[in-house]
Design a protein around this ligand. Structure first.
Ligand SMILES: *Cc1c(COP(=O)(O)O)cnc(C)c1O
Length: 230
């Protein structure tokens, strides 16, 4: 198998699982955005994926992501930034990423807003939510979500998309995504527009779909196992 066939097979498997799960849940697969997480993989893979109909790609490091976005500017790709966001990188990230999944503190709002304004586009922002309350691994605490949501909603060039979470490794994913769904419902009382849920990776996207995820971030199930990050 060449690389294109490999990617095509991975993609077809994931798309079929998404379709099956949506049918079972009475949901329309068209309302689910599959973000293919391409971090650590070369720009050539993104080009092949684009040829296979992928429009949404996820990256987690600013330098790598911006290099790929620059090289692939001829393609119709939407870059999603899903990694830990450093304050000094936020402005730059908002210049090429149209969706940010990892906004977890208020100090990121104004640099993101400035970067989006400079690029002349709007950036959709997910608030990353800490399910286990251990914010050292990223994610805002429940108590901090309302003020963060207000700050994003008030920013000139940002749109509040909803909540994002990573299921804690020791948790049953069913519990993780049902708690995320509850937190999302709570947020929507205050901000009805924030109706998206970014949840689910290669190992748990089926459970995330059962609990209302609208955005899946799937890497290794499509591209293969990444070497451990150094
Ligand atoms: C790497 C990453 C993913 C994709 O993980 P896979 O297990 O390869 O699907 C999803 N979300 C975040 C935040 C990641 O860092």
């Amino acid at each position: 198998m060449d690389r294109e066939q490999e990617l095509s097979a991975g993609l077809e498997t994931v798309r079929a699982q998404v379709a099956t799960e949506c049918r079972a849940a009475g949901r329309d697969p068209a309302e689910v955005t599959l973000v293919v997480v391409t971090k650590t993989y070369p720009a050539d893979d993104l080009r092949l994926l684009a040829g296979l109909g992928v429009r949404d790609v996820g990256e987690s490091r600013d330098q790598e992501a911006s290099a790929k976005a620059g090289q692939l500017a001829d393609l119709d790709l939407t870059f999603h930034f899903i990694g830990r966001l450093q304050s000094n990188k936020a402005r730059h990230v908002a210049q090429y990423a149209r969706v940010v999944h990892s906004l977890d503190r208020s100090s990121l709002v104004s640099p993101l807003d400035r970067g989006a304004g400079e690029a002349g586009h709007r950036v959709q922002c997910f608030l990353q939510y800490s399910l286990d309350g251990d914010s050292s691994r990223g994610g805002a605490l429940a108590a901090d979500v309302p003020a963060l949501a207000d700050a994003v909603a008030a920013a000139e060039h940002l749109d509040l998309a909803g909540l994002m979470a990573v299921a804690p490794v020791t948790w049953d994913p069913e519990r993780a995504f049902s708690e995320l769904l509850a937190a999302s419902a709570h947020l929507q009382k205050q901000h009805p527009e924030a109706a998206c849920i970014s949840g689910g990776m290669s190992g748990d996207f089926v459970q995330a779909l059962r609990h209302g995820a609208t955005h899946l971030r799937v890497g290794s199930a499509v591209l293969g196992q990444r070497p451990p990050l150094g």
